[in-house]
Structure formats: C-alpha cells, structure tokens
Design a protein around this ligand. Sequence first.
Ligand code: ATR
Length: 276
Amino acid sequence: MKQKIPLAGVIGSPIAQSKSPRLHRHWLRRYGLRGDYVPLHVEPENLETVLRAMPKMGFVGANVTIPHKVAVMQFADQISDRATLVGAANTLIFKDDGRIFADNTDGYGFMANLRQQAPEWDPKAGPAAVLGAGGAARAIIVALADAGVTEILLSNRTRAKADALRSEFGARIRVVDWVQAGNMLEDATTVVNTTSLGMVGQPDLRVPLDGLRAGTLVTDLVYNPLRTPLLEAAQAAGCVTVDGLGMLLHQGVPGFERWFGTRPEVDEETRRVVLG
Ligand code: ATR
C-alpha cells in the first residue's frame, strides 16, 4: 500500500482569517516533512458529518476554532484532562481506527508564551487579574491555577458569568464588579485581557489603567493589533508586556508534534512568517 500523505486542518466559521494554515505549513516546510494543513469552513450543522469523514480522507487531526470548541467535545471518543476541565477542545487527533481524541492546548500555549517572552515572571508572586469570563478565560484560569497562582481576581461585564466560573473553579477566584475592574489591577502582579476589547473593529478596553504597577506582567490575548492600547499603557507604566501572538503559535505545538512527528520550535522566524 502506498504511504498516505498526512493531512491536518483547522475547522471553524469563519475561517479565512485564521493564521494556523500559515503556521503549520511553515513548520512542515522548515522540517522538510510530508503533509499539508488546510482551512476548513464548516457550519455547526455539518460538524459531525465532517468529523466522521475526515479520518477517511487522510486527516490525522485538526485544530478547532470558533464556534466549534465546545460542540466538538460531544463527538470525541476520548478527552484529555485539561480539555475536560476547560470544557472545550482546540486540538483533535484522529486514531487509525477513526476514533477521535480531543485536547485543549490553549492554556499550554498561554503559559509557554509567557515563559518564553518573560522568563523572569513568577506566577506565585501575587494575585492575577483576569478581564473577561468567556471561553478563552476558562483556559487561562485553569492554566494560572495550575501554575500555582494563589488568587485570581476575575472581572467581566456580565458578572453572572464570572460568578459561574468561581462556582466551578473554586475559592481561589475572587469576582470583582466590572465597574471596579481598574481597582483590581493595583493588587495584581499578573494581568490578562481575555476579552475581545482592543481588537481591530471592536470597542476599546475602557478599564482605567492607572493602577498598573511597574514590574507587573501584562499580557493581552488580542494580537491584532500586536501592540494593543492595553500593552502600550502597561509598557508606559513600567510593566513587563507580552503580546498574544505567541500564545497562538505555542498552542499549535502539541498538535503539530502529534500529527507530523516533530516538535516544532516557536522563534522569531515563526512570528515573522505568521505575521506575513
Ligand atoms: P472567547 O472564547 O474569545 O473568550 P466569548 O466567550 O464570546 O469569546 O467571550 C468574550 C469575552 O469578551 C466575554 O468576557 C465578554 O463579556 P460578556 O461575558 O459580558 O459578554 C467580553 N466582551 C465582549 N465585548 C465586550 C464589551 N463591549 N464590553 C465588555 N466586555 C466585552
């Protein structure tokens, strides 16, 4: 039998803006590996059909993005602990018999980015302030708690969603009203924006930032623009700033390694290629 060319892809809707094809194709080229990686525009009503067909078409796995990260869990035959905790998956591995293994590497990507860009950062140095309580925030909270952060100050426009995360993830979380979000920054040694505020085409993040202290680690999941107004203000206040592009790059590492057999490096060249 002829050897099949391993395929992977990213499933989402919309998908045209995804940077993942550029990332994985760059790594395939760099390491001289056989394989390809394609963007797949899939509507929710077709998700199951597509997932069942993919292994038969030569796919060894896929990334999953908006709006499928939660829905995809119901079609998985096996789910990693971290995907179970987060309640969502972004990385699928198709076994030879077509069975689907679902994992979540967002928290890994978040942490690997901080460790690479801010090696001096100590998650245990003090409380972490998290803005937002959506899907991305769940992965970040799990990752921060895992890294030993003792207190997580959590603020979200819709307070009920922050309260729900507190019920789920426990007493380490203290919920702060959205109108008070600026105050929690004073106590934090780590600040993370998980909302879409500050992204091109989205409203500004209007949380008052004058509480930011020099030396605080500030990171933004928004990477378009790369230097968000939050990161600019944080830098001016003497904070250590880390942009969100690295998280996107690092979250792709475990999937690529499982699909194509080589653990890829995230470096300056990777950033350049993905930014185009
Ligand atoms: P993701 O998976 O990227 O986290 P999401 O689950 O839709 O996406 O969450 C978006 C986050 O951005 C939420 O915390 C949302 O706040 P609400 O829970 O109140 O909706 C936050 N967000 C989006 N637009 C916002 C706005 N205009 N003001 C404040 N927060 C906003």
